[in-house]
Design a binder for this molecule. Structure first.
Ligand code: SF4
Length: 344
């Protein structure tokens, strides 16, 4: 054990608590720390989480409203039409079904509910009409926050979705720019960046992160976080690759639990004030799932994911209770917190 490493982690923590930043170089050092130092790193990340986010976690859920046969070739995705997978294929679900799912998520304590559709943007009248119906129905029958993830957005689409009643837009970078050509070739990284900027410019809250464990290097994990920081993204979902049979990523070995925790901690140091939300692949943590919060996470997606099952919601809610973490279930409270952090 090297005491200088403990001291350096402490100094970085203190700098961030005082309002400073961690450099990319420091993050590249941190992400290479031996697992022996992980408890110390997590203690610092936990302190940052408590200071900047409090003991309140955000919980969200999603619905996969249209699945399969996607035009894009994202190598991790079971819904891509470029690969033979067992992912379901169906057109838009009825608005009534979506509302039932949203109400159920609200009863769990979720503050936000995501309408997620395969595909790359809102391009047809059918898509526009369906989304308008969804957001209108959600608004009429639930006070849950209205999110969506629909692929690329230009400025007009972003403004139109806001006018329809959508509040938050989710759009992952997926990975670092320097790794993106290994992940997708049917659209560009710049389209991801433009989409995030267009959603922000339209006044939408943006949730943008990516998937880790897709063959990227440790430096590229840091690179993605630096890009999110430069974009000013405030809500960062982190997924850990769940290899889907039939996709080019199907044979990949999932990330190990301690590696996942260290990555979450490094993201907390690079994005000390962000909402860091753990989504797909959480089950790879096994018995260490509750440790995500001690590693700096401040939010969690509950229920099922797009094409894979999630953990039992009751188990997740019990976990939060045991940790004495309060769920920010009040959507108005979340909206007010957003407004406050926008002013700060
Ligand atoms: S991640 Fe989205 S855009 Fe890419 S293949 Fe899957 S559904 Fe299509």
């Amino acid at each position: 054990m090297d005491n200088r490493i403990y001291d350096r982690i402490d100094a970085l923590t203190q700098r961030l608590l005082n309002g400073g930043d961690m450099s990319g170089e420091e993050a590249r050092w941190m992400i290479r720390l031996d697992d022996d130092y992980l408890p110390w790193l997590m203690a610092g990340a936990d302190r940052l989480r408590k200071t900047f986010r409090g003991d309140v976690v955000e919980v969200c859920a999603i619905s996969n409203v249209r699945s399969g046969n996607c035009s894009e070739n994202c190598t991790f995705c079971g819904q891509s039409g470029h690969y033979q997978t067992a992912a379901p294929k169906y057109d838009y679900i009825p608005a009534e079904q979506l509302v039932e799912q949203a109400q159920r998520a609200r009863a769990w304590g979720a503050s936000d509910f995501g309408v997620v559709s395969k595909g790359w943007g809102v391009r047809t009248e059918k898509e526009r009409a369906q989304l308008r119906e969804y957001f209108t129905a959600m608004n009429e029958h639930s006070d849950i926050g209205r999110c969506a993830s629909l692929g690329a957005l230009d400025k007009d689409s972003a403004a139109m979705l806001k006018e329809m009643g959508m509040e938050n837009y989710h759009h992952n970078l997926e990975t670092a720019e320097s790794h993106f050509s290994n992940i997708c070739t049917t659209h560009t990284y710049q389209e991801n960046i433009d989409t995030i900027k267009n959603a922000m410019d339209a006044g939408l809250r943006v949730c943008a992160g990516g998937i880790l464990g897709m063959g990227e290097s440790l430096d590229q994990r840091v690179e993605m976080a630096e890009t999110l920081r430069a974009l000013g993204v405030e809500s960062v979902p982190l997924n850990f690759l769940n290899p889907i049979d039939g996709t080019p990523m199907g044979e990949r070995t999932p990330m190990a639990p301690l590696e996942i925790l260290k990555t979450i901690a490094v993201y907390r140091y690079l994005l000390p004030k962000a909402e860091i939300r753990i989504a797909g692949g959480r089950h790879f943590l096994g018995d260490l799932q509750s440790m995500i919060f001690f590693a700096g996470a401040s939010g969690v997606m509950i229920g099922d994911y797009l094409t894979t099952k999630g953990r039992q919601v009751e188990d997740d809610l019990n976990m939060l209770k045991d940790l004495k973490l309060q769920v920010r279930g009040d959507t108005q409270q979340r909206r007010s917190a957003d407004e406050a952090s926008a002013v700060a």
